[in-house]
Design a protein around this ligand. Structure first.
Ligand code: MOS
Length: 707
């Protein structure tokens, strides 16, 4: 433990660490419902589009140990009104390959897995439409983007400014389909007691899962309880319900006992969403000094036919750099794909790859240092909303990062450094992510213990720790706010019975839950002072509090976290192999509540950016429409050996206007811009500009004209 008098900011060890290391922290699959658990496995469509023409479960139903087979004909009817692919087993129509067409419930997972092979399904298949391109006639403008962003933004005369610019860049960047792959697969264990449903579930916010289950089964919200104290990682796919929760609840109802459904790794590639592929045209116009006169960022991406998901890809371009004339657009193609969803910094992650690559291309065209180019285009206010920043220290991030990395003296020209077969280069990119907060309720009780035992504070809020360190950070926040030591705080999170709060998503967790805790603690202390002379009464006190959502400054100020990444890349001139031996990232994220778990968030975000730059890509078969590389043997993610020395630091500038803690959110800022920094360093090493991620070795030979 720390000895400083303020816990917020300290690198406090995870309070859930010992339980996790010993294996005693119960994840969804390990919960004990107090009765034998039945296991669920699913039959998935082998065609991408069409209709089930025949389904015969007779053999599977007759297998010893099989408790039930659910089919579109036999499954319980769910109420109307569920969106996307939540009405599972309600129709014979098939909308994507991998859609659940039947489910087996059995005594063991092995029997369930064997029995799905005995279910006969035939289809009337239709030709799938799965290829995204910019010349499709059916591209359309969605009404709005995810998180409520406007579809387009247009300011000034972009085309005129581009035509008049001293230097222009016009380049198209592509990012592939990607899949959320936390270590723990989505898992749901369902038990019914009469008309009450309890579900132990891997998600990013228990309250977010309640609504659709209540709606589907015709229950009141209070009849559904979601319990999720420990979650083995999540990047967005666990933020909202998917077919797995509906299925577990349906199956448990049918067999009359607890049922668990744990997705397999391949099922992570069909049943819980993906990041849309993007095709992004970026045009920049600048004067000879590198001052931007025009920015245009046009995005084409996909959504599914059964629901709309419009990723907010060009939104970082609306805030990052000054320019009089600016335009961002988003167009979608409705394809025969599973519903896309959010994945760590949806929008910013693909969008910043394009924008920050284009800025590097502009720096090169102008012969200006790319750090200097960014500093020259620092806006004094939000360039599209025309409101001041709550705080913005991007320039300090760039300068501090350049210093720490040893950027000075870097040759502007590419392919100037070699070491044996290795071509060596360095690159830079900015990072940015919005700072927001959501409505959150909180309850704090202090137990006077009849004046005999040490006073304890019970802090209840439906916050969520998806591996981020929220258990610990919220305990630090509560202890500081209550003016007590951490061991006087008993935190309860991860249960929809607790006071309602938004989930872990959009980097809003600590901003929302932390603010709610601070305000409720303040209320409690005021009551103790006013009514009890500062003493805890023997029968205790309970206070309910919280926040309504965005704070008073959200409308009048533009709130964002910022950062700068500096990366060294080495490329094997013979094989095209890419290594990232070292990187420096500096963040302007306001208060970092826990220096240890916070650092891990920055490391994780940046590493996922390296993973995006060099490895991650889900390949779609254009004829059959399915995802070909649906496991971690063929969908590559960066592992320890792929990540070199990371120098992570942050500036000490709490954002006083953002929230009660002065924090700006840290879960997603690290991935934004990271892939561009790698691609820019790759260009500097090789002289080759790869504009379509990931930068795999074959593209080295493609760019050299050898394949
Ligand atoms: Mo994160 S994509 O907001 O769960």
């Amino acid at each position: 433990m720390t000895t400083i008098d303020r816990l917020v900011g300290a690198g406090v060890d995870r309070i859930d660490g010992p339980a996790k290391v010993r294996g005693t922290a119960p994840y969804a699959f390990e919960q004990d419902p107090g009765e034998p658990i039945a296991h669920l496995a699913v039959v998935q469509s082998t065609v991408n589009r069409g209709r089930i023409s025949r389904l015969d479960a007779t053999r599977a139903e007759a297998m010893p140990g099989v408790l039930a087979v659910l089919t579109p004909a036999s499954a319980p009817r769910l109420a109307e009104g569920l969106s996307s692919d939540l009405p599972v087993l309600q129709s014979l129509d098939v909308h994507y390959q991998g859609q659940v067409v039947a489910a087996v419930v059995a005594e063991t997972s092995e029997i369930a897995a064997a029995a799905i092979g005995a279910v006969v399904v035939e289809y009337a298949a239709e030709e799938p439409d799965v290829v995204l391109s910019t010349d499709r006639a059916d591209l359309y403008a969605p009404e709005q983007l995810m998180a409520g962003f406007d579809t387009d933004s247009v300011i000034g005369d972009v085309d005129g400014a581009l035509a008049a610019a001293a230097v222009t860049i016009d380049a198209t960047y592509e990012t592939p389909t990607q899949h959320n792959n936390p270590i723990e697969m989505h898992t749901s264990m369902a038990r019914w007691d009469g008309d009450s449903l309890t579900m132990w579930d891997a998600n990013q916010g228990p309250h977010n899962i309640v609504n659709d289950l209540a709606k589907g089964f015709g229950l009141d919200r209070g009849q559904v309880r979601i319990i999720s104290p420990y979650v083995g990682g999540a990047f967005g796919s666990k933020a909202f319900p998917h077919p797995n929760q509906m299925l577990a609840a349906m199956a448990a109802r049918v067999v009359g006992r607890t049922v668990v459904f744990e997705l397999t790794r391949p099922q992570m590639f069909t049943l819980v969403g993906h990041r849309t592929p993007t095709i992004q045209r970026v045009r920049l116009g600048a004067d000879a000094d590198g001052r931007l006169t025009a920015i245009s960022h046009e995005v084409v991406e996909h959504t599914s036919k059964i629901s709309e998901f419009a990723e907010q890809t060009a939104t970082p371009t609306r805030v990052l750099y000054a320019a009089e004339n600016r335009r961002t657009t988003h167009r979608l193609a409705r394809l025969d794909v599973p519903p896309p969803t959010i994945m760590r910094a949806p929008g910013e992650t693909p969008g910043m790859f394009a924008l920050e690559s284009a800025m590097d291309e502009l720096a090169s065209a102008l012969g200006i240092d790319p750090v200097e180019l960014r500093i020259r285009n620092e806006p004094t206010e939000d360039p599209e909303r025309h409101v001041p920043w709550s705080s913005r220290h991007l320039v300090e991030c760039l300068r501090t990062g350049a210093e720490r990395f040893g950027w000075a003296g870097r040759d502007l020209r590419p392919r100037m450094r070699t070491e044996g077969r290795w071509l060596i280069g360095t690159g830079v990119a900015s990072a940015t992510y919005p700072t927001r907060r959501r409505k959150a309720q909180c309850r704090i009780s202090v137990d006077g213990r009849g004046g005999t035992a040490p006073v304890r504070y019970l802090v209840e809020i439906d916050g969520s720790d998806i591996g981020t360190g929220a258990w610990t950070a919220l305990s630090q926040i509560a202890a500081d706010a209550l003016g007590v030591a951490m061991d006087a705080v008993e935190l309860h999170i991860g249960d929809s019975r607790l006071p309602r709060a938004g989930g872990a998503g959009g980097s809003t967790g600590l901003a929302s839950w932390g603010s709610a805790i601070v305000l409720t603690a303040r209320d409690l202390r005021r009551r103790l002072d006013d009514e009890f002379g500062g003493q805890v009464p023997a029968d205790g006190v309970t206070v309910d509090g919280g926040i309504e959502g965005e704070g008073p400054h959200a409308k009048t100020h533009s709130m964002h976290a910022f950062g700068a990444h500096f990366v060294e890349v080495r490329v094997d001139a013979d094989s095209g192999e890419v290594r990232v031996p070292r990187a420096t990232s500096v963040y302007d994220a306001g208060t970092v509540v826990n220096a240890k778990t916070g650092r891990s968030q920055f490391i994780g975000g940046f590493s996922m950016g390296v993973s995006m730059a060099l490895h991650e890509e889900t390949l779609t078969d254009p004829r059959l429409g399915h995802y070909v590389n649906h496991d971690l043997a063929e969908y590559h993610v960066a592992t320890n050996a792929d990540i070199g020395e990371l120098d992570i630091s942050w500036l000490d500038h709490p954002d006083e206007l953002a929230n009660e803690l002065g924090l700006k959110g840290i879960g997603e800022i690290g991935i934004t811009g990271a892939a561009a920094a790698v691609a820019n360093a790759y260009w500097h090493a090789t002289g080759l500009r790869v504009r379509d991620l990931p930068i795999t070795p074959d593209k080295y030979f493609r760019e050299l004209g050898l394949t």
